[in-house]
Design a protein around this ligand. Structure first.
Ligand SMILES: Cc1cc2nc3c(=O)[nH]c(=O)nc-3n(C[C@H](O)[C@H](O)[C@H](O)COP(=O)(O)O)c2cc1C
Length: 426
């Protein structure tokens, strides 16, 4: 089993108001989480990226943590205070250029002695793009075309130095990039930093099958995980790759307690705190696409249908069909006698594994044994509390059963993930 720790950022699963959570921008917060992950012998530490603060109803989105430092800079600093832990940065392929990003990733791989990873994301909504010179300039259909050529070009740059340290000129000519010259950074310890893909569409899965080492998914149930796993692994052969060349790691949330019942109680308490009365209204506004500030969070849901194609939320994907979501929420509220807030608490819960440490360890192991995942990216609901608890109480059980490593056996992230060294294509 492979494990990674996701530093909580712009997501509503984090309870930043908890005094233990500390600051989301102080280096000490990153350091604590990374050191905890390394103490737990995790494969890697993961930083997401948001290139624009999301807005809701013309204001910075209150559900989000406002402000975060740039990922690669944080990871370079973490390389100095960790020894074995992989360091994964999410960096957008739509708004960067291969030469510069390949340099920065190769540099992290050097500074960390072979622990760098790049989560290639493509999000290109025009709202985010306004921050950049070309604006939101890529159609959805073109995003993965550019990402695929971006990754291929970066690999050419990483291969432009021979393994024994001789620089040779490179030249790339393609529909997206035409560049030539000499790359400034010698071949790094992993040859190529580990490439992660996070995107769930057909194009996203195909891109992962062709070019990624790890895929970061969002599949909560065993059945959905199995279907995803079988689908993605079956796509690898077309690219001359083996099933084990791509690790599938869903993002999961864990809540533990001394007993299963205590964990369930704690999980409910966390959900209540995540969905404050104000957050409940914001969540409902995202579905209804309209201002609901006059509504009582403890009262009923709106009795009208959602506004189609609403721009009330910027920089945040509106999941599913709002009409269908509203109908489902209303049916649930009626059946269980729930208020607006109670309905949001029930429907937005994303707690995948809730139970005693033994229960959680058994369920995680069942996911891996059942071919629904190769490992997990833990999205702690509390920082720092969430990860410490997992490392102190669940990891030892996984180690005892042999499901997870008790010590690092290699020094690079590729070695933790059991991935082959990339073949040098000189
Ligand atoms: C698990 C997961 C994590 C993601 N993390 C980020 C992120 O940190 N930053 C970002 O800009 N996009 C992120 N994305 C968005 C993807 O890059 C992509 O733009 C989005 O999923 C739409 O692509 P798709 O249609 O292939 O799913 C993430 C997607 C998934 C599924």
């Amino acid at each position: 089993m492979h494990l990674a720790a996701h530093f909580p950022g712009v997501n509503n699963t984090t309870v930043w108001a908890d005094p233990r959570s500390g600051s989301q921008i102080d280096f000490s917060s990153f350091e604590h989480l990374a050191r905890t992950a390394e103490r737990g012998k995790f494969d890697f530490f993961f930083l997401a990226e948001g290139l624009r603060l999301r807005e809701h109803n013309g204001r910075i989105h209150d559900l989000d943590v406002v402000g975060r430092p740039e990922s690669l800079t944080v990871l370079n600093a973490l390389a100095a205070v960790t020894e074995r832990l992989g360091l994964a940065a999410t960096v957008n392929a739509t708004f960067n250029e291969p030469y510069e990003l390949a340099r920065r990733l190769a540099t992290l791989d050097h500074l960390s002695a072979g622990r760098a990873a790049w989560n290639v994301v493509t999000s290109s909504d025009a709202f985010t793009g306004e921050n950049f010179r070309r604006g939101g300039y890529l159609d959805r259909a073109d995003r993965y075309v550019r990402a695929a050529e971006f990754v291929a070009t970066a690999r050419e740059l990483w291969d432009s130095w021979t393994p024994d340290g001789v620089s040779r000129p490179f030249s790339h000519e393609g529909p997206q990039f035409t560049i030539s010259g000499e790359f400034t950074v010698p071949r790094s310890p992993q040859g190529h930093p580990v490439v992660i893909q996070a995107g769930d569409s057909d194009e996203g899965r195909e891109f992962a099958a062709s070019a990624a080492d790890v895929i970061f998914t969002r599949h909560g149930t065993l059945e959905a995980g199995r279907a995803f796993y079988a689908d993605v692994k079956s796509r690898l052969a077309a690219y001359g790759r083996q099933p084990d060349d791509l690790r599938i790691m869903p993002g999961v949330t864990v809540v533990t307690g001394d007993t299963d019942a205590e964990a369930q109680e704690l999980a409910y308490e966390i959900r209540r705190r995540q969905v404050s009365p104000q957050n409940a209204i914001l969540a409902a506004e995202q579905v209804w696409g309209t201002d609901l500030s006059a509504y009582d969070p403890e009262g009923p849901l709106p009795d009208f249908d959602p506004v189609p194609d609403s721009g009330i939320t910027q920089g945040r994907v509106r999941h599913g069909d709002p009409l269908e979501t509203a109908a489902r929420w209303r049916a649930l509220a009626e059946a269980k006698g729930l208020s607006l807030r109670g309905t949001v608490i029930k429907t937005t819960a994303r707690q995948s594994f809730v139970g005693s440490p033994a229960t959680v360890a058994a369920e995680l192991t069942a996911f891996v044994d059942g071919r629904a995942a190769d490992g997990f990216i833990l999205v702690p609901h509390l920082t720092p509390g969430g990860l410490d608890d997992f490392v102190d109480r669940v990891v030892p059980i996984l180690q005892e059963s042999g499901a997870f490593r008790s010590a690092y056996t290699g020094s690079t992230l590729r070695s933790h993930l059991g991935l082959p060294e990339p073949v040098w294509k000189g």
